[in-house]
Ligand binder design. Structure first.
Ligand SMILES: Nc1nc2c(c(=O)[nH]1)N[C@H]1C(S)=C(S)[C@@H](COP(=O)(O)OP(=O)(O)OC[C@H]3O[C@@H](n4cnc5c(=O)[nH]c(N)nc54)[C@H](O)[C@@H]3O)O[C@H]1N2
Ligand SMILES: Nc1nc2c(c(=O)[nH]1)N[C@H]1C(S)=C(S)[C@@H](COP(=O)(O)OP(=O)(O)OC[C@H]3O[C@@H](n4cnc5c(=O)[nH]c(N)nc54)[C@H](O)[C@@H]3O)O[C@H]1N2
Ligand SMILES: [Mo]
Length: 777
């Protein structure tokens, strides 16, 4: 069954609007093949990421049949001893594949209970309220008897863990508590961007982008006289059209800079005494720390200057401006994807509290302004999604501790005040994420990944996760199914009909899981008797009912909506209880003290050496300050890619068009390149004691010296397991160490590497399928 297209049919030409995480596009297909992808009219800054979808659904990188690793098929489930990721695959029928998966789930549940099934399945998947793969998988696994889940995110684990202790609220509520661009344009004067305001990062939004308006608002702010400061090792982290000032900080040292800025403001007597006394707790402890009353170390501009490698007078003048202007302290998420990233965010809260702008219109604290749709819209009413029943298993693993969990079952670790034990994971089930993209220290992951007995993956393409699976179930992409879509903090509810049919032999996640649920005896509970079309209608009807009740919003009928293609929902101003303005007028926060906690009894009581009770700069193990220039070490930034969303459509033309000698581009300052005899366009080797990878050099003087940039997302392609990675995946170089005992977040941000010219040209096989044996019975 299919829903009719939102736009017209020609004889063989078919044109629809579809919603992707990177925006809405008019997708034209001829005879079932996509021939063009154009942004929807009215999108002021469409993302070029969408163009890479043309031609990307076809070819031998596409998986069209269920596949089983040969060794698993022959010897049955068990630790793979190196076979996972190197053995060939055998094509099997859907019936056989589903029987195999159902048998393993049944066996593992019966022998060890649901905790032995890892279903955390972190990842972005694709847009769509119904087909969202994590929701699908979590519903299925919860009904199948439960699973070990993941907790936290790769994006903001450190922030998620610390902010509820410091400012209260749900972990992510900060996104709707910071100032909107419209308020900054009206009342703001200065936006200090720690980690920049990279334009590319607003290309995408989880669930979709109705219209890309972040850049438009940024320019309006500039036109209204707002000044932007780019605190980042990269000059182009704030677009030149905002005429930013550049503070080229040494990576990993933002907490020190923020503390010094607070210290200088206090020394000038310009701190917001009234706010600190009435609405914060622990301001005295913080100020004693800044002024060195507790330990004799004055944390002023001179102190920070040697840590951050920023001139002391620059810090002093910035401090004065922060205290005298209506200022936004904007912390990007990169600065907490680091060792002690919790401290960076805590120091940002402290700076905002000291500054006098917190809780005042157009100023205060922003966490990721300029990323996704943050700052563009206020909150809207919730939209129905495919519901996940409660997971009967309570076991959870901090998301970035997956390799530890696989390698060290039964060992204990600290997490946010609790002592926990890693479960014994026997079966791993992933749909909608790619750990061979997102995890750190991939050589370690390759080893850890051999431990479980069975690894089941749903994906559409032969990416490295599929190559490291035992059972691969090929699924339809978001261009091949009907759904309704809307992004977080985005007002546009979009009908997203399929642009083309999936290839023969490919099913949706929903169809796969329904087939498994049938084998395990709970098909009726999983499907509630609905096919995918009926579910899309149902979610719309549920939304219609709830919007009518909660907000008196009257939506058209489903068929009218599908015909119209989009509905723009209201995004009213934020409720005052969620804002710092509310705090100023006496509405308490849900922290233990009801105030902002600049000292936290709770955190101090944990006694963590790597997360003390007030914001502190703690030296990371890996940073340029310790290595020194003589070592030849370079600080590797592995930021978000411009040409794709993480690893998605790396095989598409847009991402591949930016490669250098088929490899991911690595940006290096011309002086650093010259020192190493590297020319623009050279193939280069990056290495440290965790791994080695190749990349293509791009000389660029918009970088701070000593810093190189290799964005994430190139499909992992090692010559042999754990060997030289030839395509440019930075995660063979990053360290798999938790941010601290508080969050156990990922720390891809602290990586030192060495770089040299590389004479060889080993072939890139990232986009080639593994070796496949023809059909088994
Ligand atoms: N070094 C370094 N590493 C990082 C980061 C960094 O900055 N530096 N950033 C981290 C961050 S913030 C994040 S969020 C993670 C992102 O990590 P992920 O979210 O895991 O990365 P994606 O490439 O988006 O993976 C999504 C996968 O889902 C598949 N998919 C898409 N739609 C569907 C569907 O409908 N069904 C199924 N079954 N599959 C689907 C895609 O093909 C793709 O393989 O990476 C983290 N890793
Ligand atoms: N086009 C595109 N946009 C994306 C994504 C994508 O894959 N593609 N991914 C999305 C996701 S999942 C997320 S979580 C967000 C992430 O949003 P962020 O984490 O903010 O994004 P990054 O690009 O990793 O980092 C932004 C910049 O921070 C700077 N930086 C790195 N380390 C430091 C440091 O120690 N100090 C300072 N001051 N600056 C530093 C780098 O120069 C980098 O360019 O982006 C989202 N936006
Ligand atoms: Mo993320």
């Amino acid at each position: 069954m299919r829903l009719g297209p939102a736009a017209h049919h020609g004889e063989s030409i078919h044109r629809v609007v579809t919603a992707q995480h990177w925006g809405r596009y008019v997708v034209t297909s001829v005879d079932g093949r996509i021939v063009s992808v154009e942004p929807v009219a009215g999108d002021p800054e469409p993302s070029s990421i969408g163009y890479g979808m043309v031609g990307a659904l076809e070819g031998d990188v596409r998986i069209t049949r269920p596949m089983v690793r040969e060794g698993w098929l022959e010897r049955g489930p068990g630790p793979a001893g190196g076979g996972r990721g190197s053995e060939p695959f055998v094509e099997v029928s859907w019936d056989r594949a589903l029987d195999l998966v159902a048998d393993q789930l049944r066996r593992v549940h019966a022998e060890s209970g649901g905790a032995a099934v890892y279903g955390g399945s972190y990842g972005w998947g694709s847009a769509g309220r119904f087909h969202h793969p994590q929701s699908q998988l979590h519903r299925f696994l919860a009904m199948a008897g439960g699973y070990t889940d993941s907790v936290g995110s790769y994006s903001v684990a450190a922030m998620e863990a610390i902010l509820p202790h410091v400012i209260g609220g749900a972990p992510m509520s900060i996104w709707s508590r910071g100032p909107l661009w419209s308020a900054i344009a009206a009342d703001g004067e200065l936006v200090v961007c720690f980690g920049g305001l990279a334009r590319k990062n607003a290309d995408i939004n989880p669930g979709g982008v109705g219209r890309h308006e972040s850049a438009v608002w940024q320019r309006r702010c500039r036109a209204a006289g707002v000044r932007f400061v780019n605190v980042s090792p990269l000059a182009d982290d704030v677009d030149p059209d905002l005429n930013p000032e550049w503070v080229a900080i040494r990576p990993g040292t933002d907490a020190a800079l923020m503390l010094a800025l607070s210290c200088e403001i206090v020394r000038l007597g310009l701190h917001d005494r009234d706010f600190l006394e009435r609405w914060c707790t622990g301001a005295d402890v913080l100020i004693d720390h800044l002024l060195g009353r507790s330990d004799g170390i004055l944390r002023d501009a001179d102190w920070a200057s040697s840590i951050c490698d920023v001139e002391a007078h620059t810090i002093r003048s910035l401090a004065r401006r922060i205290a005298t202007c209506r200022t936004v302290v904007n912390a990007s998420w990169s600065i907490q994807r680091q060792r002690h990233g919790e401290q960076t965010y805590w120091a940002a809260v402290a700076l905002a509290a000291v500054s006098g702008s917190l809780g005042r219109p157009g100023g205060g604290l922003a966490a990721g302004l300029g990323i996704t749709q943050i700052g563009v819209h206020g909150m809207r009413e919730p939209i129905a999604a495919f519901a996940t029943p409660g997971n009967p298993v309570e076991e959870q693993v901090p998301v970035a501790r997956i390799a530890d969990a696989l390698l060290h079952p039964g060992t204990t670790y600290d997490f946010n005040g609790r002592r926990r034990t890693y479960p014994h994971l026997r079966l791993v089930y992933w749909a909608g994420g790619n750990p061979f993209h997102h995890h750190q220290d991939l050589n370690r992951l390759v080893r850890a990944w051999q431990q479980p007995e069975t690894v089941v993956v749903h994906d559409s393409f032969w990416n490295p996760l599929c190559k490291h699976a035992d059972i691969v179930l090929p699924v339809a992409t978001s261009l091949e199914r009907d759904d309704l879509a809307i992004g977080i903090m985005d007002p546009v509810l979009t009908a997203s009909p399929r642009a083309v049919e999936p290839p023969d032999g490919v099913r949706t996640d929903y169809a796969v899981l329904s087939g498994l649920a049938a084998r395990l005896g709970f098909e009726e509970a999983f499907t509630e008797g609905r096919d995918a079309e009926a579910w899309v209608r149902e979610l719309y009807e549920r939304t219609r009912t709830s919007l009518r009740r909660s907000a008196e919003i009257e939506l058209p009928s489903f068929d009218a909506f599908w015909e119209m293609g989009e509905i723009v929902l209201p995004t009213p101003p934020r409720p005052v209880e969620l804002s710092f303005e509310g705090l100023r007028s006496g509405l308490p926060l849900d922290t233990p003290s009801g105030r902002i906690e600049l000292f936290s009894e709770t955190i101090a009581s944990f006694g963590y050496d790597d997360c003390p009770g007030h914001p502190t700069w703690l030296e990371p193990e890996e940073w340029l300050g310790a290595a020194g220039p003589a070592s030849g070490a370079l600080h590797l930034l592995s930021n978000q890619p411009r040409t794709r969303l993480h690893s998605q459509y790396d095989h598409g033309s847009h991402s591949r068009g930016a490669k250098v000698q088929q490899r991911e581009p690595v940006r290096i300052h011309p002086d650093d390149a010259a020192q190493r005899g590297i020319a623009d366009g050279d193939v280069v080797l990056l290495h440290n004691d965790r791994g080695r990878c190749l990349a293509g050099a791009v000389l660029d003087d918009r970088l701070r010296r000593g810093v190189i940039v290799l964005s994430t997302g190139a499909w992992y392609d090692a010559e042999r397991p754990g060997g030289l990675e030839v395509h440019g995946n930075p995660n063979v170089l990053t360290a798999d160490i938790g941010s601290s005992k508080l969050a156990q977040g990922p720390t891809s941000g602290n990586t030192l590497v060495w770089m040299e010219r590389f004479a060889g040209r080993p072939p890139v096989r990232a986009f080639s399928p593994p070796s496949i044996r023809p059909h088994a019975t």
